[in-house]
Design a protein around this ligand. Structure first.
Ligand SMILES: [Zn+2]
Length: 243
């Protein structure tokens, strides 16, 4: 018993002095020109697959939840803000940080249920986004949604966001009876009768590039190659990298 214990102690002391055989592992570096994205989620459940959209060598994405993301000045560290959050209200301090980002000329991509955020902030939905989900009736209209609709999405405007997108079939949620500003430039339309029709647009906001894409409820959309191309092109355009 005493001998075998000594052998064990000897082996372990030799093992402790052996050099490490493996190298320190590091992921491949992102492209130096990668767009710095601040992705804001929170307030609505979503598939984890959604995040794979941002696992791209051309993007350097940080995720911060609503409302913590807007607690400080977000202008310096990020080129584009991507919103996939759904909390109806923001306090004054966070509103002013978000507004300062927009007024600095940096781009904003608003995805899917994020049109249900900030619905009590007229500057946001009238001037910046050009659309609003109506939780309460306005002018006799009340917004609604329907899941898993098989639809045909058609490009209706020539724009860097929709270049090469054409027409494609998609299973996704539709929204109906949104308020949509007459000043938006509609990029895509759905043929589904439970949709308003416009499902992507450029907002009329002049101080920065703002695009809304209503598509993207779950992995049936977010893993669709055409949807992924659309979101990547929206981020590139919002960053001022395509014209
Ligand atoms: Zn949804």
């Amino acid at each position: 018993m005493r001998i075998s214990l000594s052998i064990i102690l000897l082996i372990s002391s030799i093992g402790a002095t052996l050099p490490l055989q493996d190298k320190v592992w590091r992921p491949a570096p992102r492209k130096p020109e990668a767009t710095r994205v601040l992705l804001v989620t929170g307030g609505h459940e979503h598939d984890v697959d959604f995040y794979s959209l941002f696992d791209d060598p051309g993007l350097r994405t940080i995720v911060d939840p609503h409302p913590a993301a807007f607690s400080g000045d977000i202008r310096r560290k990020h080129d584009v803000l991507v919103l996939y959050d759904m909390i109806r209200t923001l306090d004054e301090t966070r509103r002013s940080n978000l507004r300062a980002f927009a007024e600095s000329g940096k781009g904003i991509v608003v995805l899917h249920h994020a049109i249900c955020a900030n619905v009590d902030w007229p500057w946001w939905y009238e001037e910046l986004l050009g659309g609003r989900y109506l939780f309460e009736p306005v002018g006799g209209k009340l917004s609604s949604y329907e899941h898993d609709r098989v639809q045909t999405i058609t490009t209706v405007a020539d724009h860097p966001v929709t270049r090469g997108i054409g027409t494609f079939r998609l299973i996704d949620e539709t929204y109906h009876h949104l308020w949509i500003s007459p000043a938006v430039k509609v990029l895509l339309r759905s043929d589904d009768p439970t949709s308003d029709g416009p499902v992507a647009w450029i907002s009329p906001y002049a101080r920065s590039r703002v695009v809304y894409i209503q598509l993207g409820h779950d992995r049936q959309a977010t893993l669709n190659p055409r949807y992924r191309q659309l979101v990547h092109q929206a981020i590139a355009w919002a960053a001022g990298k395509s014209n």
